[in-house]
Write a protein of this length. Structure first.
Length: 132
C-alpha cells in the first residue's frame, strides 16, 4: 500500500498546501536576494540573514535528545542539511541571479508535496524475512 502522501487530501487542500509553501519559498528567497544584492561588497548582512534562516529552520525541528544515537540522527538529518542548504542558497543569491536561487529552492522545497507516491513497504519487508 501507499501511506503518508498528499493524495490522502483532496485536490483543493493539496493545491492550497503547495501554493502556501511556494509563496513561503519565494518570499524567503526574495528577502535573501534583496539583502545579497543591496550589500554587494559587504558580506556581513548576508551572513546575518543566513544565520537567521538556519536558526529559524532549526527552531522548527527541536528534538528531545536522550542518547548519542538520537543526537547523531539529529545532526545528520536536520542540522547538517539545514546549514548546508542555507549556505548554498545564500551563495547562489550573492553570486548568481534570482532565477538560479529559485531554480534550486522550489524543487527542493516542494518535492515532498509534488511527489504523489511514497510506498510503504512494511508488509513486504515482513514477508521477505520469512523467505530468507
Amino acid at each position: 500500500g501507499f501511506s503518508k502522501n498528499i493524495l490522502m487530501l483532496n485536490l483543493k487542500d493539496a493545491l492550497i498546501l503547495i501554493i502556501i509553501n511556494l509563496v513561503m519559498i519565494i518570499s524567503k528567497e526574495i528577502l535573501r536576494f534583496g539583502i545579497a544584492k543591496n550589500s554587494a561588497y559587504k558580506k556581513f548582512p548576508i551572513i546575518i540573514i543566513t544565520i537567521f534562516f538556519i536558526i529559524f529552520r532549526l527552531c522548527l525541528n527541536i528534538p528531545t535528545i536522550y542518547n548519542f544515537e538520537e543526537l547523531f540522527i539529529y545532526l545528520c538529518t536536520i542540522l547538517i542539511p539545514a546549514v548546508v542548504e542555507e549556505l548554498l542558497l545564500s551563495y547562489l543569491a550573492f553570486n548568481f541571479s534570482f532565477k538560479a536561487v529559485l531554480f534550486y529552492a522550489i524543487p527542493i522545497g516542494l518535492y515532498y508535496y509534488v511527489l504523489p507516491i511514497i510506498p510503504d513497504f512494511g508488509d513486504l519487508q515482513q514477508r521477505n524475512r520469512f523467505y530468507q
